[in-house]
Design a protein around this ligand. Structure first.
Ligand SMILES: [Zn+2]
Length: 79
């Protein structure tokens, strides 16, 4: 799900409030763009997907090399 304008602002505000200024682990640049909110299924100890449990995450994408970092979206109030 693409971020809305208000969600992009929320993300910028959250990053600023936490002092988050990521350096790309792949190329060393520090210019990032907002990606999308994605969701990863939660697995039970046996490796089977726990029913309908997902962890929403927001992508931050390096403008230079397209490396993707993800942050938990719920604490930011995004989903
Ligand atoms: Zn990069």
């Amino acid at each position: 799900m693409p971020l809305s304008t208000s969600q992009k602002q929320k993300l910028r505000d959250w990053m600023k409030s936490k002092g988050v200024k990521p350096t790309c682990a792949s190329c060393g640049e520090s210019d990032w763009g907002a990606g999308e909110i994605i969701s990863s299924p939660v697995l039970a100890p046996d490796g089977v997907q726990a029913a309908e449990s997902h962890v929403p995450m927001v992508q931050i994408i390096c403008i230079n090399c397209s490396y993707v970092m993800v942050y938990a979206a719920v604490p930011m109030g995004l989903p």
